[in-house]
Ligand binder design. Structure first.
Ligand SMILES: Nc1ncnc2c1ncn2[C@@H]1O[C@H](COP(=O)(O)OP(=O)(O)OP(=O)(O)O)[C@@H](O)[C@H]1O
Length: 786
């Protein structure tokens, strides 16, 4: 159609640019959006020149009201503005939005000049792509609106399909559905895990409640026992008597038994408490449960890894889908552009033909114009050929993009297969999870059954024990009731005793004081009695000594006693061997003998006949031993010819000891008797006088000659310097000393004595006495010799 408004000037050289201006002059129609001005640098197709932008519902918006190129350029929006598109389509999860930037478009296009591409990239950097309002594009009914808002360009275009690019949308939709299914399955698994945890928590809380109940029962029992023990202790403290000791013992035994039961209940409670904390430690169920938990955690980790891999694949698929949509969109734009260009060119050609035809029918100037138009038509044809070449180039690009699209579809298919594999793997893991979950449930059920069984058993035991404890408590209460009257009586007794006990310390002090006084008085009396007795004892001792000395003096300080030995075989036979002495039967101090045929009588202190025993002889001299202990010097000296019996009388034999042995035994016996009052020290010495030489029989050198000297203290006593002394404790010690000395003695047989002693032997026994009470000291040597 020919435009209705034509205001060209035929006088000027018409040009196609003028025709364009003439054909598109005028203000835009009301309601039409005026395109935003664009810089010349943003012009992507310079060969098309400044023209129109097809916007809205197929209408052309005027390029401007004057011939100014800049104005026309400003009226024509840049293609960069048109390429800053966003395509929205709905998805189950979240809306997927594909952005096609001018930069990408320029790269894909590759037909623009470098300078223009650089300029457009520069523009792109200033104008970042923004989300497109897809609904506005949809409401625009397939129109493309371009607007400038605050220096940022938004473009909206109508999509061929609102659900995405054809070919890519089903794949993406399937991926999204698979993702949603996976998310749902994950949510289900999480819900199951939460339910399992809740069941575990419920089981734990039930077990805790049971434990708490048992603990409360045990605490109740403990409180009862404590109160019972307190009551028993109170009764015990109130009783304090002796009549109810048996009942008290019974109560104590009962109390102890209740305590043992309580300890057993506490032990069972502790076992029950220990069970939930460490359920079935070491048993195969716990190990299996731990293995299942480990396996479950591993499967969860694998599921998480697979989900991460799936999310990466989804991201890759999404990127490829974005790229595919981008290519599709660009291809669609190119096709639309090509169609528009073809339509425009065909319309121009048609207009040109019509113009030529009309001009042919007009005047020569018109012909001139026609020629001019023909000339212009050649240019138009050239432009058409260029457009066709560009169309061919675009078709090649479309083919190439289709190939890329096929490759991407192939990649999508492989991704889909990989997703299917991952889904199968996830299904397998889920089945394993389900199996593990079932095992866990079974194990938990068995554990729960064991726990319930144990709790029931413990509860039954606790009930039985409680019943027994109650019965015992009832018995104890009955006993307590029966004990009440006795308790009252005992309480009265106890109070009476308490009153008595309160006054007991004072009574005790008084009694102690009187007893102390009595004891002191008794001690004083005893002391005085002791002193009196001691005084009497000393007096009696002195009296005894005095009497003894008087007796000895009366007997004679020096007494001569004769002992006639019996006739021995050494005396031979015949008249010489008869006894030459006779005795007076009325006087034991007279002895008769014949001296040169005449009878001679001698009076001695004592005469012992041959029938006299060793004991008889010793009894005559034993008083001298007492005198020796009393501190008097005593000497028993045996004198007689060889074979007269001196050695026999003094030493005797082992079977029948003589004076020495008997005197020493008497000496030690008397010393032993006086050991409580006197402390005696007894020493012995042994010497020999032979050929007028005195020798020490106990010394180291028995042949050494000793001397007899007067004591230098002026006492007139004799002593032998260097004579060996031995302290003895018993008769056996003296015998050992005496035997030792006997070996050093000089002996030789005679005609009358086979073992005649050819020397005088001296046994000196010295007795030192100290009276412990009086401090009196006595020293007396007893000289026994033969
Ligand atoms: N009363 C007696 N009863 C029995 N036998 C006796 C008695 N007296 C001495 N005899 C015996 O006489 C013997 C001589 O005695 P004994 O050796 O005692 O004499 P003696 O005087 O010591 O002689 P000597 O001076 O030579 O040593 C001994 O065999 C002894 O057993």
């Amino acid at each position: 159609m020919v435009p209705s408004r034509r205001t060209w000037n035929l006088g000027a050289t018409p040009s196609l640019r003028g025709l364009w201006r003439v054909g598109r002059a005028g203000e835009p129609e009301p309601g039409m959006a005026r395109p935003a001005p664009a810089s010349p640098a943003a012009r992507p197709f310079p060969h098309t020149g400044p023209g129109r932008l097809r916007t809205g519902r197929g209408r052309d918006s005027p390029a401007g009201g004057d011939e100014d190129s800049s104005t026309r350029s400003a009226a024509r929006p840049a293609l960069a503005q048109c390429r800053a598109l966003s395509v929205d389509w709905a998805s189950p999860g979240s809306p997927h939005r594909l952005y096609l930037t001018l930069q990408q478009a320029l790269r894909d296009k590759g037909c623009e000049s470098k300078s223009q591409g650089a300029k457009e990239e520069k523009l792109l950097k200033r104008q970042a792509p923004a989300p497109r309002r897809g609904r506005e594009a949809q409401e625009a009914g397939g129109t493309m609106n371009v607007e400038k808002t605050g220096g940022r360009l938004f473009g909206s275009g109508r999509c061929s399909s609102l659900s995405g690019p054809p070919g890519a949308a089903p794949v993406v939709r399937r991926m999204v559905e698979a993702m949603s299914q996976l998310q749902e399955e994950k949510a289900q698994l999480q819900e199951e895990l939460v339910a399992l945890r809740e069941r575990l928590a419920v089981c734990d809380s039930d077990q805790q409640a049971t434990s708490t109940q048992l603990q409360n029962q045990v605490e109740h029992l403990k409180q009862k026992l404590i109160s019972q023990a307190q009551e028993v202790s109170r009764l015990r403290s109130e009783l304090g008597g002796t009549d109810l000791e048996k009942h008290r013992d019974l109560l104590m035994v009962e109390n102890e038994r209740l305590r043992q039961e309580m300890r057993r209940c506490e032990a069972e409670l502790q076992e029950l408490r220990a069970k939930p904390v460490a359920p079935c430690t070491g048993c195969e169920h716990s190990q299996e449960s731990a293995q299942l938990r480990d396996k479950l955690s591993q499967l969860q980790l694998e599921v998480a890894e697979n989900k991460g891999l799936l999310s990466e694949l989804n991201l890759e698929v999404q990127q490829k889908t974005d790229r595919l949509a981008e290519v599709e969109l660009r291809l669609k734009d190119c096709l639309a552009e090509k169609a528009q260009e073809e339509e425009r060119l065909s319309r121009r050609l048609r207009d040109s033909h019509e113009t030529i035809a009309s001009l042919r029918a007009q005047s020569p100037p018109v012909k001139y114009v026609m020629k001019t138009v023909e000339v212009e038509s050649s240019k138009t044809k050239q432009a058409l050929s260029e457009s066709q070449a560009r169309n061919q180039h675009l078709q090649e690009q479309v083919a190439m993009q289709r190939q890329v699209l096929k490759e991407m579809e192939h990649q999508l298919q492989s991704s889909h297969q990989l997703a299917a594999q991952l889904r199968a793997q996830i299904t397998m893991y889920e089945s394993e999870l389900e199996r593990a979950h079932g095992q866990m449930l079974e194990e938990m059920q068995s554990l729960e059954e064991d726990k319930n069984r144990a709790i029931e058993e413990a509860f039954a035991r606790a009930q039985v024990e409680m019943k027994a404890v109650h019965e015992n408590l009832a018995g104890v209460r009955t006993n307590l009731l029966t004990l009440q009257p006795a308790l009252r009586t005992l309480t009265n007794d106890y109070n009476g005793l308490k009153r008595q006990v309160r006054g007991f310390p004072l009574l005790l002090q008084e009694a102690l004081k009187s007893v102390k006084a009595e004891i002191g008085q008794a001690i004083e009396e005893v002391n005085s009695n002791n002193q009196e007795l001691l005084r009497k004892y000393r007096r009696e001792l002195q009296l005894r000594k005095k009497c003894h000395n008087e007796l000895v003096r009366l007997k004679g300080n020096i007494r001569v006693i004769a002992r006639v030995r019996p006739v021995t075989k050494e005396d031979g036979e015949g008249p010489e061997a008869t006894n030459a002495v006779t005795f007076d039967p009325d006087d034991d101090s007279i002895i008769h003998l014949l001296h040169k045929g005449k009878p001679v009588s001698f009076e001695l202190d004592k005469v012992f006949s041959p029938q006299a025993s060793q004991q008889d002889v010793f009894q005559e001299v034993q008083a001298l031993i007492t005198s020796c202990i009393d501190g008097f010097n005593v000497c028993i000296f045996a004198y007689g010819q060889t074979g007269a019996g001196k050695t026999y009388t003094m030493e005797g034999t082992l079977e029948n000891p003589g004076i020495n042995q008997r005197a020493l035994q008497l000496l030690f016996s008397e010393v032993q008797e006086k050991a409580s009052d006197w402390e005696y020290t007894i020493t012995v010495s042994a010497a020999e006088i032979y050929n007028e030489v005195l020798r020490d029989l106990l010394g180291q050198e028995p042949q050494e000659k000793l001397e007899i000297r007067l004591c230098p203290n002026g006492s007139g006593q004799l002593y032998v310097p260097g004579l060996t002394e031995f302290q003895v404790q018993s008769v056996e010690d003296i015998n050992k000393v005496f035997e030792f000395g006997h070996t050093n003695r000089t002996t030789e047989f005679t005609n009358l004595n086979e073992h005649s002693s050819r020397s005088h032997a001296l046994l000196i026994v010295t007795v030192h006495g100290v009276d412990g009470s009086t401090g009196l000291r006595t020293t007396a040597p007893s000289l026994q010799g033969s």
